[in-house]
Design a protein around this ligand. Structure first.
Ligand code: F6R
Length: 618
């Protein structure tokens, strides 16, 4: 998704902008651009299609000492990826430049009105309409930049994070947000400021961050105090947060891709996720989540839980439903946030809505939260990005704490989310008395063993890489699992399609006979998750159905399994664990499999086509 970077201060601006855009590359983009203002009031604009390194090449020639600038990575929404449509966009006079994330929904109406007043447009973007509107207001009202931006935004419907500069005033920048994140870093040198879509481009310069709230407009002037006004409520008393982002976590750490690093990070980050939450005292274990401690009454007496999320986080939610129903005996629904936001939902005020999001910025999930709150439900966030919009808009919650996830395909966030859901279900079940003490301790004990078991699976990486070659020739794959492993089948299929572009479907194994069985032939690999648990024999029957249609079976099995092995072209073993925690293990080989298929096909693993890391448009 698009990314914004900006700087004002004594340092040369272009290296800061380019460096910042590189830190945002993980969000996904198709073009980039930047604008810098020289001390003699010239606006320099550079744009390039493709990688930020192409933009960097173009800026290298520039010798001008600019100290104010804005930059952007664009992921096309209105208009094709091209230099013309890339940001920044200039106003008619060339005095103003803007970068924008989000969508101005009424841009066509505004553009028609501006055209009638003599404005012409070079690009197909909604963003160019916004900068022209700001200039139009500035001209007719003779207002300053901040006032004109505020007036223009009042006329806009939609979502935005923007930064605007005026070449005539090289000491100031105006930034604003609505439904799209924007952070302002208060620098250490001579009144400097940084802005960015998240804290990662800012972290190497300062940890003092102000997060704008919806409809806040900031006037950022070098050497002066930051001023923020809300479009409706006027002057804002903002809070400066000290955010500690571990910069080493943003590096690939010797791995060829972020995705592989993040798969291998899982044993470590899951320990981080449980640290301080699963506590051993006098030989017995307890789980303590501060959100549960603070809101015990409301959570324990909830009549129903509804989980809202998207994509991989939705798959984690399906496991969360089973965990909550099993340990807490509370009815739990799982909804796609994108559907929930527009459905005529029935929300009980005694209900708790759980929003799961890695990025904390997913527009659909944010909208679902708003609906749930409007109906009086308590909203509990399970979010990874600290200080993100979802983290701030939920009533309470638990951070996943698995560090930034950079690879577009989500891996460690999934296992982190499932780990948090397991801790939450156990904590609530314990409070409600719906889980007996022995089982509670047994599951907690096993949860603490999961990182080592994942480590063990990761040692099969080379074998999985060899097996992946077979899949590079496939056009379709079927992933089948049951019970706790049905969501893992969905997640395995999603991982394969998003980075290897091979069509894959996940199904509950017994559903296969109701349709997908028609697809089975010798060319379609079928992957079963066939571990030793309650439905093991049933899964074996499902495998027989595939074999009798000449299907080729690959399976994830429990260590030591011989029966399934004899039915398969290949098996990958995972250590035995409790059924409810199996998804934390069975998903690992599937993550590695998709990774190696994409690498074998020489695809861009970390930034697959058409995908963005954080989906801030609906
Ligand atoms: C898949 C993937 C997406 C996200 C989805 C929700 O690998 O990354 O399906 O899971 O866009 O994103 P978050 O969790 O950031 O709300």
């Amino acid at each position: 998704m698009c990314g914004i970077v900006g700087y004002i201060g004594p340092r040369p601006v272009l290296p800061i902008l380019i460096g910042g855009l590189k830190k945002l590359e993980y969000r996904g983009y198709d073009s980039s651009g930047c604008a810098a203002v020289t001390p003699d009031n010239t606006m320099l604009v550079f744009k390039a299609k493709g990688k930020v390194s192409n933009l960097e090449e173009k800026t290298k020639e520039c010798q001008q000492p600019c100290t104010l600038g804005i930059a952007h990575t664009r992921w096309a929404t209105h208009g094709i990826p091209s230099e013309t449509n890339a940001h920044p966009h200039l106003s008619q006079s060339g005095n103003l430049a803007i970068v924008h994330n989000g969508i101005i929904e009424n841009y066509a109406t505004l553009r028609d009105q501006l055209r009638k007043r003599g404005y012409t447009f070079k690009s197909e973007t909604d963003t160019e309409v916004l900068v022209q509107l700001i200039e139009y207001i500035m001209n007719i009202r003779h207002s300053d930049l901040a006032t004109s931006v505020r007036s223009a935004l009042r006329l806009c419907i939609g979502a935005y994070a923007i930064a605007v500069v005026d070449r005539r005033v090289p000491t100031q920048m105006v930034a604003a947000r609505k439904s799209s994140p924007l952070a302002i870093g208060i620098g250490k040198e001579n009144g400097e400021f940084f802005i960015a879509s998240d804290a990662s481009p800012i972290a190497e310069y300062t940890n003092r961050i102000v997060y704008l709230n919806d409809e806040d407009v900031a006037l950022i002037e070098q050497g002066k105090e930051l001023q923020i006004e809300n479009l409706h409520s006027g002057s804002v008393d903002y809070e400066i947060k000290e955010v500690d982002l571990d910069l080493t976590m943003l590096d690939k750490g010797g791995f060829p891709h972020f995705m592989l690093k993040e798969i291998f990070d899982q044993p470590t980050v899951l320990k981080d996720c449980m640290r301080g939450r699963i506590i051993e005292r006098d030989g017995s274990l307890r789980v303590v989540l501060s959100a549960v401690e603070q809101h015990k009454q409301r959570l324990v007496s909830a009549r129903r839980f509804t989980i809202v999320s998207c994509g991989t986080s939705w798959h984690a939610g399906l496991i969360g439903k089973q965990l909550i129903e099993h340990f807490c005996r509370i009815h739990t629904e799982v909804a796609y946030a994108s559907e929930y936001r527009y459905n005529d939902v029935v929300v009980d005020p005694d209900e708790v809505v759980i929003a799961i999001s890695q990025s904390g910025e997913t527009a659909d999930t944010l909208a679902a939260i708003e609906i749930a709150k409007k109906h009086g439900a308590m909203v509990f966030g399970i979010v990874n990005s600290v200080g993100s919009s979802i983290a701030r808009q939920t009533d309470t919650g638990t951070y996943v704490h698995i560090g930034p996830e950079i690879g577009v395909a989500s891996t460690k966030a999934f296992t982190g989310q499932v780990t948090v859901l397991a801790m939450l279900a156990l904590a609530l079940g314990h409070e409600r008395g719906t889980v007996d003490h022995e089982e509670y301790e047994e599951v907690l004990r096993e949860l603490t063993r999961i990182p080592d078991k994942i480590d063990h699976i990761l040692r099969q990486n080379d074998r999985i890489r060899d097996m992946a070659r077979i899949f590079t020739y496939a056009h379709n794959c079927l992933y089948l699992g049951r019970g706790w492993n049905y969501p893992v089948a969905l997640e395995g299929a999603l991982k394969l399609k998003e980075i290897s572009y091979i069509h894959a479907e996940g199904y509950p194994a017994a559903e296969m006979k109701h349709g997908p069985i028609a697809l089975i032939d010798q060319d379609m690999p079928v992957i079963f998750i066939a571990t030793h648990h309650r439905l093991y024999q049933k899964i074996i029957s499902n495998m027989q159905e595939v074999l009798s249609r000449k299907g080729r079976i690959f399976a994830i099995v429990t260590e030591g399994d011989e029966q399934v092995r004899n039915m398969c072209a290949e098996v990958i073993e995972v250590p035995d664990t409790l059924a409810c925690l199996e998804p934390l293990l069975t998903v690992i080989p599937l993550q590695l499999l998709s990774y190696h298929v994409a690498v074998a096909k020489q695809l861009n693993v970390d930034q697959p086509r058409n995908l963005a890391k954080s989906v801030t448009v609906e």
